[in-house]
Write a protein that binds this ligand. Structure first.
Ligand SMILES: [Zn+2]
Length: 405
């Protein structure tokens, strides 16, 4: 197995010229352990969720829950808010031990500092948000399937566009604040905000103070991050407080330059358009697979048709299968956007920061060290699972293409 070159102990990022992604022997040891655990955990989670659904089908859990919902009330809306949340919450509860193990690992490796009480609170909030949303969307979907057994996939696909738009628009103002605290970056870092705005301004871009936010991440995690979210009136750049606190101004400027790239290159719109187009095939294949499996096994599962609520586990099985098969496509698109944003950040900082490619490499190095990013993941894993290019390749690109071209 190839190893990354190593720093001598005590040597820090600022004290040497970066030529590649390097970890100390101790960091590398940890990164390997974390990498192995995460790969195993992902595989176990994927297989486990498929097995649970298979068991649900074999034990006819969904038809039982549906009959129970009918006994609870004779009214359809009341049955809806009993059946869907009950089935989905049961699935979430069964997946909880693995999620807890994941959080335990994050704490053990020092990536998370979030206590169990706070974590449990977040988990509950997540369940409430997702149950409300899924119940509404599934009620609509099953209504469509009943109304139009042959064309529901097409109507569902068309209606998914306003749903995606609404969710992306509302996420930063309605959903994100449920889990984390946000404030204008200018409140705590006025000087940094001005520098960020000046840099954006040098490309003729005006990013108002009111669209640059600080997220209080440090009470939960130790890692660094920044991101662009929302669109139209809610479009914004968010910097985690860990990033603003630990990185030098030059490094934060590069991170911000990368995010400005997402902002200027309209990556949110393009991402929504891409997932909408991709989901055309998803909806169609879901219909075909759903009908095929019900025709074949429906009798033994006690699922009469796609329109019956009891087909939900089959739909979930089909959706997770398609999601798994589609993830290399979605992730390749994401890695391509991330690379474009890196290029933009390099080009932008090349004008204002001395030795800008080195500063960019330092930012990546810090990002990788903090997250214990594994230096040499397999190509297959990157293809399937990585939303960003590997840290090693991002550093290599910055050094070989200092102005991003
Ligand atoms: Zn990015």
């Amino acid at each position: 197995m190839p190893f990354a070159a190593q720093l001598t102990p005590g040597q820090t990022v600022a004290q040497h010229t970066i030529t590649e992604y390097t970890l100390t022997a101790e960091q590398l040891h940890k990164a390997e352990g974390l990498h192995r655990t995460n790969v195993a955990l992902t595989l176990v989670e994927t297989v486990f969720s498929l097995v649970v659904i298979a068991v649900f089908l074999a034990l006819r859990v969904a038809p039982r829950l549906e009959r129970w919902a009918r006994r609870v009330s004779s009214k359809r809306p009341a049955q809806t808010i009993v059946y869907f949340p009950a089935l989905l919450f049961l699935l979430a509860l069964l997946g909880l031990p693995l999620e807890m193990y994941g959080h335990h690992i994050s704490r053990a490796y020092g990536l998370s500092v979030q206590g169990w009480g706070s974590w449990a609170g977040d988990w509950m909030k997540e369940q409430i948000v997702s149950l409300l949303l899924s119940t509404a969307l599934l009620t609509g979907l099953y209504w469509l399937i009943r109304r139009s057994p042959r064309r529901w996939w097409l109507h569902g696909w068309l209606l998914s566009l306003p749903v995606i738009l609404a969710l992306v628009f509302l996420a930063p103002v309605v959903i994100d604040p449920i889990f984390n605290r946000f404030e204008p970056l200018a409140k705590s870092n006025p000087e940094l905000t001005r520098r960020l705005q000046d840099m954006a301004h040098s490309t003729g871009l005006d990013i108002p103070e009111s669209r640059i936010f600080l997220m209080h991440a440090s009470d939960k995690v130790t890692t660094y991050n920044a991101y662009v979210t929302g669109f139209g009136a809610t479009k914004r750049i968010v910097v985690w407080d860990t990033t603003a606190r630990d990185m030098t101004t030059g490094q934060v400027l590069f991170v911000f330059g990368h995010e400005t790239g997402h902002y200027v290159l309209h990556h949110i719109y393009k991402g929504m358009a891409f997932s909408f187009l991709l989901s055309f095939f998803g909806f169609y294949l879901a219909k075909v697979l759903l009908e095929w499996s019900i025709a074949r096994y429906g009798r033994s599962w006690q699922v009469e048709s796609a329109a019956a609520w009891s087909s939900l586990p089959v739909l979930l099985l089909v959706a997770s299968l398609l999601g798994f098969l589609g993830s290399p496509i979605g992730n390749a698109f994401s890695r391509w956007q991330e690379h474009q944003a890196d290029c933009y950040g390099l080009a932008l900082t090349a004008r204002s920061t001395p030795n800008s490619a080195q500063v960019a490499a330092q930012s990546f190095q810090l990002l990788g060290e903090k997250a214990l990013a594994y230096p040499t993941p397999s190509r297959l894993l990157v293809l399937w699972n990585y939303t960003h290019p590997t840290i090693a390749s991002r550093i290599r690109f910055a050094i070989e293409h200092p102005d991003g071209r």
